[in-house]
Design a protein around this ligand. Structure first.
Ligand SMILES: *[C@@H]1O[C@H](CO)[C@@H](O)[C@H](O)[C@H]1NC(C)=O
Length: 507
């Protein structure tokens, strides 16, 4: 982008905390096409949320169309699981689950030729572990089975270096969940949705020469596509034969329980994979959100509108970053998700309470003062609280050391979001603390400003439901027209919808 255009964009944007310099891509094929701070500012809210949701089942289900790539490492000593019809390790590429219940869903004998065992709603390849939610369709008569199912347990013996694709990237849908794989990595606009084996093979053909062991994705549960040589960096701990399907007493109950407990296991990872099982190199983030490209809808972005050169340009940058980070131990210097978590932790409940909680003007005054007083120096002159707003906006990032180009773009995005939060809160303070409006009018104005801020932020935390029973799982919470929260708790008996149809995990 030309310097003049940058300057105008900078003036026009409310947020212009850092000087807007275009970051040149070193990809020689696309000199003029590179990530830019202007775009990081444009897409600031989405970038902020992508970092917040990475490796978390909840936000990655709500914002299911991932636009970003990260390097990620599974350290040595982590257990991974594989369900199949053979007692022996496969050659790869094959799928590994992080939750044992996920792999158990696939630990079944091979089905007779003919019908696939999985509900044909999205179509599916039969046979072995692959990303889909329910291997049974209740109403469907199955072909005779041969042999037995096996549940494999593996332990990593050395770190697995993976390319993590965010969002619900293992969701076989035409909604955009596969865009980063099919359009950017595979560069194929006509790849069919259901070609998991082909997709896995091609992804491995791409990432293995980059020195990686495979790809990390998410559907209902996180999973790895482990490339050949499958056993590299792993040892088999056990291979357990499964019970014969349908022969035992209580088999129907078992089947229901299996499906429900699988969803329960997945829901345990709503807010993180846990136990340090995946370490994300935040400084390696490459995202469509950093580029001046047409992503369509902000909430459900797509990469289909990108030109060939743009797709290639982003892919080139992914390859570059993977190479550049090789010697870095693939660990980011900055824990950007930690920074974002601090922000959400401080503001999410308070903003919601102030915007929607009701209460008096006095309560609102107390809340906004306690949030902002700490940023105000009551001795110094501060026209329009500009210095105070600046201090508020930089509170969580002023000490952050940034190393990579991507660090700089992430910083720009976070500070843009922070500037909006802080400016809006000072505006609210102005109305309720210093303003001259009547009580009712001041409160109305304040709530409207806060509601507008929440609409821009789109934090997934506000869609979480609380208060499901012990035998239920929250799949989503909708906000009705009247802004009332509608819970969606599913029980074992009512599980057909979210499990069979995937809907609960796509929202
Ligand atoms: C895209 O995928 C289809 C279906 O697998 C395949 O026939 C075609 O050759 C692929 N195109 C490219 C450019 O790889």
């Amino acid at each position: 982008m030309a310097p003049a255009a940058l300057f105008v964009a900078c003036l026009a944007a409310t947020a212009c905390l850092t000087s807007a310099t275009s970051i040149p891509s070193t990809d020689s094929a696309s000199i003029d096409f590179g990530p830019s701070e202007v775009e990081a500012r444009q897409n600031a809210y989405s970038i902020f949320n992508a970092i917040h949701s990475a490796m978390r089942q909840w936000g990655s289900s709500l914002n299911h169309n991932g636009m970003s790539f990260f390097l990620a490492t599974v350290p040595a000593g982590v257990m991974l699981y594989h369900g199949t019809s053979s007692p022996h390790s496969p050659p790869g590429p094959e799928w590994l689950a992080f939750e044992i219940e996920h792999a158990e869903m696939f630990a079944h004998p091979r089905y007779g030729r003919g019908k696939p065992p999985i509900p044909p709603r999205h179509g599916t390849p039969p046979g072995t572990q692959h990303p889909l939610i329910a291997p049974y369709d209740k109403g469907q008569t199955r072909e005779p089975e041969h042999g037995h199912g096996y549940l494999h347990l593996y332990r990593t013996t050395s770190p697995l270096n993976l390319l993590y694709l965010d969002g619900t990237s293992a969701g076989n849908t035409a909604m955009g969940t596969l865009d980063t794989q099919d359009l950017i990595l595979r560069f194929n606009r006509s790849a069919p949705v259901w070609d998991e084996a082909g997709r896995a093979r091609e992804l491995c053909d791409i990432v293995v020469p980059w020195g990686l062991h495979g790809v990390l994705r998410m559907e209902a549960g996180f999973e790895i596509i482990k490339c050949a040589d499958f056993m590299r960096g792993m040892e088999m701990v056990a291979s357990h034969r499964r019970p014969e399907v349908g022969k035992d007493k209580g088999a129907e109950g078992d089947r229901k329980a299996e499906r429900f407990e699988f969803v329960r296991a997945v829901a345990q990872r709503y807010h993180g994979i846990g136990a340090g099982r995946v370490v994300v190199d935040w400084s390696s983030m490459v995202s469509g959100l950093f580029y001046e490209v047409d992503l369509g809808d902000k909430e459900k972005p797509r990469l289909v509108g990108l030109k060939d050169g743009e797709l290639r340009g982003i892919r080139g940058r992914v390859a570059e970053v993977v190479k550049a980070r090789e010697g870095e131990g693939r660990k980011g210097v900055v824990d950007w998700q930690g920074v974002v978590d601090m922000v959400v932790g401080r503001y999410a409940d308070r903003l919601r309470d102030m915007a929607e909680g009701g209460g008096s003007l006095e309560k609102m005054q107390g809340e906004v003062n306690s949030l902002l007083n700490i940023y105000i120096d009551y001795v110094a002159e501060d026209e329009g609280y500009r210095k105070s707003i600046h201090r508020c906006a930089k509170h969580y990032t002023s000490s952050v050391a940034r190393v990579t180009q991507e660090d700089k773009l992430i910083l720009t995005a976070i500070e843009t979001v922070m500037l909006d939060i802080c400016s809006t809160l000072f505006e609210v303070r102005n109305v309720v603390v210093e303003g001259l409006e009547a009580h009712g009018e001041a409160l109305r104005q304040a709530r409207e400003a806060l509601q507008g801020l929440m609409d821009r932020l789109r934090w997934t935390r506000w869609k979480q439901c609380v208060g499901c029973n012990y035998d239920e799982i929250c799949t989503k919470q909708q906000v009705s027209e009247s802004r009332a929260k509608v819970k969606h708790c599913v029980s074992r008996e009512s599980n057909a919808g979210p499990i069979d149809g995937n809907d609960g995990f796509y929202h």
